[in-house]
Write a protein that binds this ligand. Sequence first.
Ligand SMILES: Nc1nc2c(ncn2[C@@H]2O[C@H](COP(=O)(O)OP(=O)(O)OP(=O)(O)O)[C@@H](O)[C@H]2O)c(=O)[nH]1
Ligand SMILES: [Mg+2]
Length: 320
Amino acid sequence: MNPIAEKVVSGDIRAVARLIRDIDDGMPGVRDILKELYPHTGKAYVIGITGAPGVGKSTLVDQMLCHMRETGHTVGVLAVDPTSPFSGGAILGDRVRMQRHSLDEGVFIRSLATRGHFGGLTQSTRSAIDVLDAMGKDVIIVETVGVGQDEVDVVKSAHSTVIVVIPGMGDDIQAIKAGILEIGDIFVINKADREGTDKTLSDLRLMIEMDQKKYEGGRWKPPILKIQAVFDKGVTDLLDEIEKHKNYLLESLEGLQFRKSKARVREELTGMVKQRLIDLALEKIIDSGAFDTAVDAIVAGESDPYNACDNLVLSGLQIS
Ligand SMILES: Nc1nc2c(ncn2[C@@H]2O[C@H](COP(=O)(O)OP(=O)(O)OP(=O)(O)O)[C@@H](O)[C@H]2O)c(=O)[nH]1
Ligand SMILES: [Mg+2]
């Protein structure tokens, strides 16, 4: 076995940290290590926590960590933030908010900020989940800022997805409807100490109830919880609901293996093939002398990017 993979499986924190950083940086060597880790994955329970910036996701995760540690679960946390310009900003805030767990060996917190890797965020998050899974964490929590398709794709890797909103989001709730409602297994109204909580609750309930057909035949209907994360109110209710959802998944057809269901594997494999094709093709085309020649020709006014692109791609991939 590859020595790094061996260290990861034995739970070596430094090896895991380094590997996740290499995944985030898109280092080519990680693929071989991930290959060896794959047989050691599939045991962890993955929870996605998503919501707009500042709704209290990290505060909530921090409290969840406390309760999960009390019950003896080991937990890995991935804070995914594609929006911050460097891996400072919000992510630093996330780490600070969960800092009290930094000396606890049963907790491992890392951030991912993959930028500039085309289509890479979902893939690198999946890979990082696999790493934490292979290192033996019982539960993996993925915190993402729920704004775009990327984040929706990221939480698709979770068994249970928790959508966090705050009172008075009004129009934002409509925005949730557009994409995020479908992926929410549990809804949390955080900052329920604030005004407007009940209005938000009834708005959300209305939206969920609208689609009654979806819940026929005993299918999971997302509960809505009022929580005050900062005061640790309602957090254990959330853990109870996650447990219920887990049991539901276990009993329902797909079971917990649904991370490895045909549809997921297909989606995952499509993503990987795409990424690999792009990497290989870019390497081949951009590193070729023909690319530099084309750049010079465009600058000199002897060619244009449209023709140059056609020529480079077709000849680079040997398609005629
Ligand atoms: N009033 C109130 N404030 C809260 C509650 N929970 C969290 N906050 C505050 O909300 C602010 C943002 O909390 P975070 O946990 O950083 O929010 P986040 O969603 O992780 O933010 P990003 O990672 O930047 O998207 C902090 O100042 C928290 O103290 C709550 O229940 N009530
Ligand atoms: Mg946060």
